[in-house]
Design a protein around this ligand. Structure first.
Ligand SMILES: [Zn+2]
Length: 154
């Protein structure tokens, strides 16, 4: 992270984007406004930020009728955000191979998450039974508050 002239943290990013309908960006903010907003969110990713921004402007968080445009292939986190937002189509300019040429790690992260969990550099483990039970209880209570029953998604 580096700081801009105003002292805000600015991360290295390689993407510009946004969900659009019929090829038009659905945002009323200028790129400068979006940039300032991104700078205020340390670790914010452009595709995530664009989806949030569009969601705020459109009053929803799902974009089943939209196309995501990005200047580069999204990083794995942003790609998952596209899935969460139910975006059916993604169009990008530069590929992860292209951005790797310029020092971005997206391609390495794609390779990492494709590995079996026991071979990844990030060690993941389930907490002890008591903590897991507490966490699952929170989920159960949340599901009990929903107006209809939850459908498991295995
Ligand atoms: Zn990203």
């Amino acid at each position: 992270m580096r700081e801009d002239r105003a002292g805000r943290q600015v991360g290295r990013t390689n993407q510009g984007l946004g969900p659009a309908a019929r090829g038009r960006q659905q945002s009323s903010s200028s790129p400068q406004e979006v940039g300032r907003w991104l700078a205020a969110l340390p670790g914010a990713q452009p595709v995530l930020a664009g989806a949030r921004h569009a969601g705020r402007n459109l009053g929803r968080h799902l974009f089943e009728d939209r196309v995501m445009y990005a200047s580069t292939e999204p990083c794995p986190m942003c790609l998952m955000a596209c899935y969460w937002a139910r975006i059916p189509r993604l169009i990008f300019g530069a590929s992860s191979h292209d951005v790797a040429t310029y020092g971005f790690e997206d391609l390495q992260f794609y390779r990492e998450v494709a590995l079996p969990a026991d071979r990844r550099s990030l060690r993941e483990e389930v907490a002890d039974a008591a903590l897991r039970d507490q966490a699952v209880d929170v989920l159960r209570k949340w599901a009990d508050m929903l107006p209809s029953s939850v459908e498991p998604k295995f």
